[in-house]
Design a protein around this ligand. Sequence first.
Ligand SMILES: [Zn+2]
Ligand SMILES: [Zn+2]
Length: 238
Amino acid sequence: MNNFVKKFVNLLLDSVYPNDIKCIFCDKDIAKGSFICNECKNQDFINDNNTRCKICDKPIIENNIICDHCKTSKYHFSKLTSPFIYKGRVKNAILKFKSDGAKYLALPFAKFIVDRLNNEKLDFEIIIPVPSHPKSIKERGYNPARLLADEISKLTNKPVCDVLKKVTITKNQKYLNYKERQENLSNSIVLNDKSIIKNKNILIVDDIITTGATIETCAKLLKGASNIYGCSVARTNI
Ligand SMILES: [Zn+2]
Ligand SMILES: [Zn+2]
């Protein structure tokens, strides 16, 4: 490639992957190869508190190992993990990713998730994204969870299996509690191939984890699987 072509290609790549040169959370210029700036690395939206719930990854202040919600709940998954807390700049970036077509964020988000999966030594064989209804995918142009799953797959060499299908559109979950969310979701997601998941360790991928009800609904459907883990870019701290 001559210099002119090289420059043009780099310019093109930078516009496709603006995350290479700007912090994905605050837009500050950063060195190529990193995704967030030093200031953002030290913010309270990084979910690396030492006292996180061993099951759902929620930060807990007391010396508890498991949060109150997990103490009284029975799940079909073994563990959830999320590198960020859904607040402030993280919240803005995820909303951009989910609703403003910022698909380029899938790669940096997936890298943070994969780092976390490696640190926690979560061993999985197949990746299943939380499904979106075809109507929502058509409106948005993509399923954010599927984009994340695809990037995690490229980084880990594990296949994505689209075995869960969203068959009905559920009402907005924003103001529903854990139990209401589960009721709202039940029968809205179906498993269309049992054979692939048999005796497999599975990673379920979503963009945000709030109460964990969506991952639990998916995990419950994956009967016959071995260990089931859930991950997301961020989780709420409530
Ligand atoms: Zn930043
Ligand atoms: Zn918990």
